[in-house]
Design a protein around this ligand. Structure first.
Ligand code: FE2
Length: 391
C-alpha cells in the first residue's frame, strides 16, 4: 500500500520523544516490509509492544492437503461446507500450495480471537455479511463484496455484526495492486480499474485496556505452518497514533470498473491484486463485446503456468450453464488442461449485451493441493460435463 496515511496523534518528527498526558513516553514501533526497504508505518504504543508473559502452542485447524491426482478439473460446492468457530479459528482449508492458501468460514456474530498472520498478507473476500475488523491501526468496516486486505503481522480481530461468509486468501507474501497499474512512485494510473478513492483504511485509533491478553499467531516453523498463542502483558490495541504507507484497507467489488472491448478481453483485464506467484481477479457485471460477430463467452484457454480458481459469488455465470456450477461454487481448472465454456453456452451467448455475473478468481503459478474442506464438498461428476454437452 503506497499511500501515506496518518491516524491519531503522531509527533512532528520521527524518532523523537513523544509523551502522553501524564508525561510518560510512548513506545515507537517501526513496522516495515522487506527488511525495512519497502512500505512501513510508525506506530506509537502506550505499552511495550514486545512485552509477552507466555507463549503456548495453538493447534491450527486441519491443514492437511491431498494432491490433485489423477489430474482433473474440480467443482467444489463451498456452501455445503459446515464450519464452526469464529472468523479465524473456524476457517477450513479449501486449497493451498507453498505460496497461498484459501480458507472458508461462515461466522456467527461472536468476535474472533485476537489474531495475526505472520506468514504473509491476508486478503479476505466477504461473500456475505457485515461488521468491523478491529486492528492496531484502527477499525475498518466491512460489508458484502469487500476485499479486506490485512498486512502481514497486523494484530486484529473480526467483529461481525451479521453472520458472515468469509473467503480467506492467505498469502506467504504481500498483496498489492498490479504493478502495471501503478506509476513509478506508486500512484494508481488512469487506466487502472480503480483508484485511491476506492480504498478505505482506518480513520481513528482503536484503544482498549487489558492485561494478560492472548493473541493467536499463525507462522512458519520447521517448514510448516504452525500456530502459537502469545500472551501480552498489556492490551495490543494501545496505539494512540501512527503514520506511513502500511495499513489495512478494504476495497469493494462494486467500485471495480470493468474493462470491456469490441472483442473478448483476456483475463488479466479483470485483475485486482497480485501476490508472489499468484493473482486475484474479479469478473463483474458488465457490457460485453460489441463486434457484430463477437462471441461473448470466453474461448477455450490453456493457462499453462497456472491453476485457476473461480469462486462464483453473484448473478448467473453464462459460460458455465449446464455444468452444475452455481452460487457458492468453486471451479479449479489446473494447469496442463484446457478449459472454457460449456459447449451449448457458446451459441446461446451470441447477441448478449450484458453479463450479470460476479466471480472472484485466484490464479496460482504453483499447483494447488486440495484441503480437507475441498474433499468434503466436491461434485465428482464435474470433470465430465463438457463431454456430456457436445454439439
Ligand atoms: Fe479460465
Amino acid at each position: 500500500m503506497a499511500y501515506y496515511r496518518q491516524v491519531g496523534e503522531v509527533p512532528p518528527k520521527r524518532h523523537i520523544q513523544f509523551r502522553g498526558p501524564a508525561g510518560r513516553l510512548y513506545h515507537e514501533e517501526l513496522m516495515g516490509e522487506e527488511g525495512f526497504s519497502s512500505d512501513s508505518a510508525l506506530l506509537y504504543h502506550r505499552g511495550v509492544p514486545s512485552a509477552i508473559v507466555a507463549s503456548e502452542v495453538w493447534e491450527l485447524p486441519d491443514q492437511t492437503t491431498a494432491p490433485n491426482h489423477p489430474l482433473k478439473p474440480r467443482h467444489l460446492r463451498l456452501h455445503d461446507v459446515e464450519t464452526s468457530g469464529d472468523a479465524v479459528t473456524g476457517r477450513r482449508l479449501v486449497l493451498g500450495n507453498s505460496d497461498v492458501r484459501i480458507g472458508y468460514v461462515v461466522t456467527g456474530t461472536e468476535p474472533s480471537a485476537l489474531y495475526r498472520n505472520a506468514t504473509g498478507d491476508e486478503c479476505v473476500y466477504v461473500e456475505a455479511g457485515a461488521g468491523t475488523v478491529e486492528t492496531v491501526f484502527g477499525t475498518v468496516a466491512y460489508r458484502a463484496g469487500d476485499y479486506v486486505v490485512i498486512p502481514r503481522a497486523t494484530t486484529h480481530r473480526w467483529v461481525p455484526s451479521e453472520a458472515s461468509r468469509l473467503y480467506a486468501i492467505e498469502s506467504n507474501s504481500h498483496i498489492a495492486p498490479p504493478k502495471r497499474y501503478l506509476s513509478r512512485y506508486g500512484q494508481l494510473l488512469e487506466h487502472a480499474p480503480y483508484s485511491e478513492r476506492d480504498l478505505h483504511g482506518p480513520e481513528t485509533p482503536h484503544l482498549e485496556e487489558g492485561a494478560d491478553v492472548d493473541v493467536l499467531v499463525k507462522h512458519r516453523a520447521g517448514g510448516r505452518i504452525l500456530g502459537s498463542r502469545m500472551t501480552y502483558a498489556t492490551h495490543p490495541f494501545d496505539v494512540v497514533g501512527w503514520d506511513g504507507c502500511l495499513y489495512p484497507y478494504t476495497f469493494n467489488i462494486d467500485d471495480y470498473m470493468p474493462i470491456t472491448g469490441k472483442i473478448h478481453q483476456p483475463p488479466p483485464v479483470h485483475q485486482v491484486f497480485e501476490g508472489h506467484r499468484f493473482v486475484v481477479c474479479n469478473f463483474l457485471p458488465r457490457k460485453v463485446d460489441y463486434h457484430p460477430l463477437s462471441v461473448p463467452v470466453p474461448y477455450y484457454h490453456s493457462n499453462v503456468d497456472s491453476d485457476e480458481v473461480m469462486f462464483y459469488v453473484g448473478g448467473d455465470y453464462e459460460a458455465r450453464k449446464g455444468s452444475g456450477i452455481g452460487l457458492g461454487s468453486i471451479s479449479l481448472h489446473p494447469g496442463g488442461y484446457a478449459h472454457g465454456p460449456q459447449p451449448s453456452a457458446i451459441e446461446a451467448s451470441l447477441g448478449a449485451e450484458f453479463f450479470e455475473e460476479s466471480a472472484v478468481m485466484v490464479d496460482t503459478f504453483a499447483p494447488l493441493d486440495l484441503g480437507e474442506a475441498a474433499l468434503a464438498c466436491e461434485d465428482p461428476a464435474y470433470a465430465w460435463t463438457w463431454s456430456r454437452d457436445l454439439p
